[in-house]
Design a protein around this ligand. Sequence first.
Ligand code: DON
Length: 600
Amino acid sequence: MRNVVAQLVEDVFEHCRADHSGGPADYIPELAAVDLDAFAICLATSDGHLYTAGDADHAFTIQSVSKPFTYALALTECGQDAVAQRIDVEPSGEPFNEISLDPHNGRPRNPMINAGAITAASLIPGATVAERFEHIRGYYSRFAGRELAMDEAVYTSEARTGHRNRAIGHMLRSFGIVDGDPDEAVDLYFRQCSIEVTARDLAMMAATLANHGRNPITNDEVLSPELTQQVLSVMTTCGMYDAAGDWVTAVGMPAKSGVSGNVLAVLPGQVGVSVFSPRLDAHGNSVRGVNACRELSRRLELHFLRVTREARSTIRSSHGVGSVPSRQRRTPAEADVLELCGHRARVYELHGDLLFAGTEIAVREITSHSDNLDALVLDLRRVDDISVVAQSLLGKMRRALSEQGCESALIDPERRGKAAADDRVFIDLDSATQWCEDLLLARHGKGVRVPDRIELAEHPLIAGLDQTASDHLIGEFDVRDYEPDELVVQRGSPRSGLFLILGGQVSTTLPGADGHVHRVATLGPGMSFGEIPMLVGGETLADTHASTAARVAVLPPDRFDRLAADAPQLKLLLLERLAATAYEQLGSAVRILAGRSDID
Ligand code: DON
């Protein structure tokens, strides 16, 4: 099946093809000897997929489209401050070859006009012109993802006729903008302009800029994201010279044109576009090139000032931990406390790209509901990207919450939030919720905290029996101690007994479809497990391990069964209590599942 994007590029190509207006650059004789009807449109996505139409592999010289790339190399080699001392970043509103410097600071107005480009070339380090040119050639090749070469004929043609540029070079030298031999700087500039490319190459160079300076095919970081932003900014305001205003309104993409008839345009984070057609307009820009970019921008909605949608909150959902309890089993008294104050610990699930606007809405919403919070959890598992400013805003919000007594944590198994090593980060909602519950119980449930160790006679399944019954039942149990992580009951084993926890914690787990082991419940002193297989038979459904050093009283199946004959009343009483416990566990499980259905 034909890719619809490929078809659209082809349609734009056919739409622009009929226009034969304009003429070739002839002030460089070699440039006049071209196939005027050659025409190519290439679109490369920021992950490196290329769509082409027409003569995508037709070779031509890069000319002024070279300027952003040498500017990028100068920024990388010399630093932004050093370059800024010699080249400004202001649109000149004049033709590309204007012989002019800014009257106030003597600098070329920007690196996209010839004066600025010659200055940028003069900044490329190297012992000889050949070495400096090799540096430039190699750098362009990294953007293109293949080795590029110079067209000797075009270079010779321009070197022979480029008097205006030599005048610009000497003027720059006279103002101290260019150090050393100005003819060398101009020669370097002629060489860079004569590097041979195709529309395919330029689309990949544009895609590298769209991909924040990293070539999407070779994964080579050619330019830092910060300097990529700098270069694209100057391309936006200056890249189309005295047609820049019309370009930004009609196309709306950072761009650069060249007198070969090439145009390169970039939409950061999305696409790189290149068009080649030698016929130029009065500004020295390719007629079909400008029209094709205008048409692509319209049809693909590429204009960078097109607001696709107003910023929306990045909060996908939020809930109090009282409505979605952890799988840490709580005693009835603890559960009552959490029921009362569960709203004082809140989980906010964020999603999508956290940029300023969406994060600002989330921060505003969280802050406005934070007055009575003891604990806050930010769930980042559905977040795709977090900008530096978003990280900063969330970090400042968490510190401010801490100062008002609200502790916070992240759920961030992929570490997208780039939290500090000592930050509180959980891998799943269940463990983060347990942390909230423990904090709430520590703050609001002092009287109900379960002791770390109880005697068998104090266990709720036995407490309250008359002494005879209690002594009889206790005599039927074996008390066992388990080391941390020791297996207590294996999943799939037959009914193994009734287990009463006297000290420490045990957890029941199940293997998940995701390959991880998921906690079903964690139980502490005063709780029990194994009831259901003992009551209804069948296999044990989950593994149970000691989470900590644990002490457990076990009533083996044979003694449980023998109770019916030895002490039928006691057995009936035990069954009633077991049924009540099993029902309570079922209720807790239903609440967890109901609360998590759209969250976990
Ligand atoms: O310096 C020149 O005149 C050429 N080497 C490049 C000029 C150019 O590409 C202007 N862009 N439209």
